[in-house]
Design a protein around this ligand. Structure first.
Ligand code: DAH
Length: 350
């Protein structure tokens, strides 16, 4: 019986087959169990020796069962793992991917529109000299606009004051500094846009941040007129909001343009609501700006080339556009780096 049992154990190809062999020999009604049960009918002497004999058989069979079971279990696990490794239908592991920040998406829309119109893209400093941010833009020291745009000043001097004869520095309050920088470096005619961060010393709330973004545009040449300005802003609005986009201009005051205007586009959100969206300011470049640029050029040993020309400028804030486009209710979400907000812009590049 032992030999038979061992042969059957060795032949069991899987755990189910082994379980059957186990039941057959050592189960409650198994053959070996029955043998042990029948000992009661024997004489005491015989019972002892017979009992010992059966126990040897039982142990051999149980040992073989245990060994075979462990082997079959490992084989089953191996087969399962191998099956998994080869399962080409399983979805891949998701790799976390980045995405473009909503402000960068709006910027790339805008830069795309203007580069297709032949504009150069310029970059400039966020730490700026007072003259480029204010003076050359026809904003004299006593002008209220310097207070309207509450300024972060740099403490350049040893005691936090400015050194006599050394220009005071600040964090630029607008990208209009790039009008000056670009004209000092480049000859007309020109078409330029410049994007970047600007800073204002203000209390923050849902629509105000101490740091935000602007896009500045400047076009200078002979005979550039207000009509060119309006056509350009309308073209930008069509690029952003489609062929049917409507634009509105309202007179406004900025020291570096004359006449100056604010512009708005008629904006329809995905829920079908529409309203005028104030996008930014614009106007015809003030002659004082051209004069200040020529003064700077002359001081740098360059030709005076701007006086007598005309041009237009505009400036706008991409945060406004992005808040409405993506339904972001608070400007502070853009810069709080809250992953729950930024995750929503993952993996898409448009
Ligand atoms: N620099 C202005 C601001 O920060 C925006 C602006 C208005 C820019 C009129 C311009 C312009 O170029 O012509 O509020």
């Amino acid at each position: 019986m032992q030999q038979e049992a061992l042969a059957e154990i060795a032949a069991a190809g899987d755990l189910d087959a082994l379980q059957q062999v186990k039941t057959k020999y050592v189960g409650k009604k198994g053959l070996i169990t029955q043998q042990l049960g029948s000992l009661g009918g024997l004489a005491p002497e015989e019972r002892k020796s017979r009992g010992a004999e059966i126990n040897v058989v039982r142990q051999a069979v149980q040992g073989a069962l245990d060994k075979r079971e462990a082997l079959l279990k490992r084989a089953a696990l191996d087969a399962k793992l191998q099956g998994e490794a080869l399962d080409v239908t399983l979805p891949g592991l998701g790799l976390p991917s980045g995405g473009l920040h909503p402000i960068n998406r709006v910027y790339s829309d805008l830069i795309g529109i203007f580069t297709r119109l032949g504009y150069e893209v310029a970059e400039g400093p966020e730490v700026e000299e007072e003259h480029y941010n204010f003076g050359a833009l026809n904003i004299p020291w006593y002008h209220p606009a310097r207070e309207l745009q509450d300024t972060f000043w740099l403490k350049d001097g040893p005691d936090g004051s400015s050194e006599p004869g050394v220009p005071r520095r600040l964090l630029r309050t607008h990208t209009s500094n790039m009008q000056i920088r670009y004209m000092v470096e480049h000859e007309p005619p020109l078409k330029m846009v410049s994007r970047g961060k600007v800073y204002r010393y203000e209390a923050t709330d849902a629509t105000h941040e101490a740091m935000f973004h602007q896009l500045e545009g400047l076009v200078v040449g002979e005979g550039i007129s207000m009509a060119d300005l309006k056509g350009t802003i309308a073209e930008m609005a069509r690029g952003l909001y489609g062929a049917g986009a409507k634009v509105r201009f309202q007179p406004s005051y900025y020291p570096f343009v004359e006449p100056g205007a604010d512009f708005a586009v008629w904006w329809e959100n995905p829920r079908g609501e529409s309203k005028w969206l104030e996008l930014g300011g614009c106007g015809m470049v003030h002659p004082h700006v051209f004069k200040a640029v020529d003064d700077l050029r002359e001081a740098a040993g360059k030709e005076r080339v701007y006086e007598g020309l005309t041009g237009f400028a505009f400036g706008l804030g991409p945060e406004r556009i992005a808040m409405l486009k993506y339904g972001i209710p608070d400007i502070r979400y853009f810069y709080a780096n809250d992953p729950r907000v930024m995750r929503q812009f993952r993996g898409e590049l448009g």
